[in-house]
Design a protein around this ligand. Sequence first.
Ligand SMILES: O=C(O)c1ccccc1NCC(=O)[C@H](O)[C@H](O)COP(=O)(O)O
Length: 259
Amino acid sequence: MLNRIVEQKKLEIKNLTLTNTEQKVQKKSLYQALTNANRKIGLIAEIKKASPSKGVLREQFSPVVIASEYMNANVDAISVLTDEIFFQGSNDFLTIVKENVNLPVLRKDFIIDSKQIIQSVHIGADAILLIGEILEPTELQDFYLQAYELGLECLVEVHSSQTLDGICKLFQPEIIGINNRNLMTFETNIQHTKEIIKNVPTGSIVVSESGIQHYHDLESVLEFGADAVLIGEAFMREDKPGNGIKRLFGEIDYEASQK
Ligand SMILES: O=C(O)c1ccccc1NCC(=O)[C@H](O)[C@H](O)COP(=O)(O)O
């Protein structure tokens, strides 16, 4: 699947023409938000309509409504899927979310070309995802430096410890995401964070990504040493994603959240 996504991105990039229209947005730092998290663990809440592993997650889909629920539930940052083909996302979703919230917004896509980084600035992103499993370490470092020069922060995501080691031999990313989901097989396991975090150099913020559904998952990744979590599906499946957050963190009980 990951290979299919990357092949599709290559086609999209061939047709990508950059406009000069840059969104006038107030930049918000993902790093700052996660180091000063509102809860005992930082929370990046994701807006994704569908995923390759699960299909459509949410029929009633308004990015602005979801974003305002997230904001009212005190998330630290919002991640927006912008990939159209596999996640039914859109760059416009990111732009409109950024216009309506006062939080850092992460562009979740499959960045394999520097044009996509410039485009991320144009659409109003504060940060981008760089996936270690689809980039050579030197290429990832180049993209990382380009992004910071353009005023974007990066969440550098890895799944395997080999990928992490390859990157950390070159440089130390400020924010490292450990994806609990293997993007080739879709197998997801929270324990993966425990395995990989041992190899993360001190000083980076660690975000545990994917498969977090319950309070005990939060407790586990916190115990493993993660600073933040990135959660999508669990909130997307809720009638009111904001209540989903409060329930996940044990801030309201199930019955109250149904009212
Ligand atoms: O979500 C997928 O099925 C997926 C498939 C292939 C590549 C990436 C994929 N997801 C991107 C993500 O990293 C997740 O959306 C994110 O970590 C949130 O995960 P979850 O809470 O399990 O929705």
